[in-house]
Design a protein around this ligand. Structure first.
Ligand SMILES: Cc1cc2nc3c(=O)[nH]c(=O)nc-3n(C[C@H](O)[C@H](O)[C@H](O)COP(=O)(O)OP(=O)(O)OC[C@H]3O[C@@H](n4cnc5c(N)ncnc54)[C@H](O)[C@@H]3O)c2cc1C
Length: 480
């Protein structure tokens, strides 16, 4: 999309909020309405627009968590990849920091930039090409819009997160885990090629064979090395229908044992599950297995349930796309209420998951989560390929994800939940767990160093190489 907006057209009388100059000596971004000091320098021409009005900046100072509010001094709505290159180069020259923001579903300011520039990827959301085995798209595209388009061709990306209103760039930057990860790994393990604007402002096409070091680093690199502007992702044939098995378990040990069985033999196309607060206290467990199929073929229910020891089974059917999009409406409702949502996500080693879950849930009441559930499902480590997606040692790890919401909004309650997240993270870390850093767990640079462990020198070296002035994505807090 090209808005056709340049500095000259702005000066000729466009909106007063549009930035026309930058004063590195202290006044920051200037609009046509401001007096221009002698220290001011021109703002480059953009195909899109660079704005600093209060509403635009306030929107970028918030995210799904409603916990961190760092106000940028301007917002770029890029009209082209060239705009992203121009902005990053400008940031290097004038000691600014920038971050791309996708759909803002981080919970703790990960896409925010105090005093810097947020690049809003929503204006970069075209699907360029769909082939029988791949799709090339701008990373501002949401997974929902992507699958809607590919299904027209009977095709689908292999892995989705639970909520598909996130941008492709937003999940490729962190990992992207979901029910199909037991077959395909994370979303970052399912990428063919990228176009990246490095922190130094170079536009680089990269893949497993071309600039492979950049390719490996940016996938799950928390936006530290480059802004991913385009991606080519693999597509596989899509089934039309999802048969959903919800299996109940009163006790944790049996639930975990059955999760391991189902993961090991891959009987379900999708495997997730959760701990659910029980009326009267305590938790019960729900294994969620889904078989994708296309009639007249049909799954063999007896084979799918063979050997599992659930106490009750609920079997339903929905279309494939409705299954992928199952929590969209509820998430949109939560967002509309602007409720603080201090969730947290951990990857916990299989050999301690039972002990860790039992101890953690013993102290967690529905009031501590706002009624939210705890996601709990296994993933085989061998499918993970990216160096900076840190998961525990061992063949299998579990996602342990506490979904929290503060309703009605209450800052003190939200702060207590964040502090609780931190305490749980520290306990988990002692047991060999890692934090999947999309939620509200405050972490210092020292925590990050420990997080990356013996990969930390490689992470720092990649930062020095691709983003030497450290202009990119400060909201992750990795370098302080
Ligand atoms: C309701 C809900 C459900 C979720 N379910 C899952 C799930 O099932 N599985 C899962 O893995 N995660 C899940 N998440 C977490 C989610 O995947 C991450 O928070 C993701 O980063 C959000 O994407 P976004 O487009 O909203 O990105 P934003 O929040 O806008 O940005 C996230 C980070 O990515 C960076 N970034 C964004 N775009 C780019 C780009 N193009 N290039 C480089 N860096 C970029 C930002 O600077 C920021 O650091 C869930 C989150 C929510 C709120």
């Amino acid at each position: 999309m090209n808005h056709g907006l340049s500095r000259r057209t702005v000066l000729a009388g466009a909106a007063a909020a549009t930035v026309v100059a930058f004063d590195p000596a202290g006044l920051g971004w200037l609009t046509a309405a401001d007096a221009t000091p002698s220290t001011a320098v021109d703002v480059p021409d953009f195909d899109g627009e660079l704005v600093r009005d209060d509403a635009a900046r306030a929107e970028m100072a918030d995210d799904y968590g409603f916990l961190v509010h760092e106000l940028p001094c301007a917002v770029l709505r890029p009209g082209s990849v060239r705009d992203v290159v121009t902005m990053v180069r400008y940031a290097n020259k004038h000691h600014l920091q920038v971050a791309m923001r996708g759909q803002g579903h981080s919970s703790y300011g990960q896409a925010q930039v105090a005093g810097g520039v947020v690049i809003d990827s929503r204006t970069q959301a075209a699907i360029h090409r769909i082939d029988p085995d791949r799709v090339t798209l701008d990373t501002g595209v949401r997974w929902l819009d992507l699958v809607t388009a590919t299904l027209q061709h009977g095709l689908t990306p292999p892995v989705f997160p639970d909520y598909i209103g996130m941008s492709v760039g937003g999940t490729l930057c962190v990992g992207g885990i979901g029910g199909a990860s037991s077959h395909h790994g994370l979303q970052v393990d399912n990428v063919l090629e990228l176009e990246v604007v490095t922190g130094a402002g170079e536009l680089v096409r990269c893949s497993a064979t071309e600039h492979a070091d950049l390719f490996r680093a940016v996938l799950g690199g928390f936006g530290q090395f480059g802004i991913i502007v385009r991606a080519t992702l693999p597509l596989v044939p899509a089934h039309t229908t999802a048969r959903v098995f919800r299996l109940s378990y009163p006790d944790l040990a049996t639930y975990l044992a059955d999760q391991r069985i189902a993961m090991a033999d891959g009987r379900f196309s999708y495997l997730e599950g959760q701990a659910v607060p029980r009326d009267g206290g305590g938790w019960s467990y729900l294994l969620e297995g889904v078989a994708y199929y296309t009639p007249p073929d049909a799954p063999d229910d007896t084979a799918l349930l063979a050997g599992l020891r659930h106490t009750a089974a609920d079997v339903t059917e929905v279309s494939y796309v409705d299954w992928l999009n199952r929590i969209y409406d509820i998430v949109e409702q939560i967002k509309a209420q602007r409720l603080p949502s201090p969730g947290m996500d951990l990857f916990v080693p299989d050999d301690v998951i039972e002990q860790f879950t039992a101890e953690t849930l013993a102290e967690l009441t529905p009031a501590d989560t706002g009624g939210g559930v705890v996601l709990l499902y296994p993933v085989p480590r061998r499918l993970l390929t990216r160096p900076f997606v840190m998961v525990p040692d061992g063949d299998v790890f579990f996602l342990f994800s506490i979904l929290r919401v503060v309703a009605p909004p209450d800052d003190e309650v939200a702060r207590a939940m964040v502090a609780d997240n931190r305490a749980i993270y520290e306990r988990a870390r002692e047991l060999g767990a890692t934090n999947y850093s999309v939620g509200a767990v405050p972490k210092s640079p020292a925590d990050w160093r420990r997080h990356f462990g013996d990969r930390y020198p490689e992470f720092v070296a990649a930062k020095a190489r691709f983003d030497p002035r450290r202009v990119l994505t400060p909201g992750q807090g990795i370098f302080g």
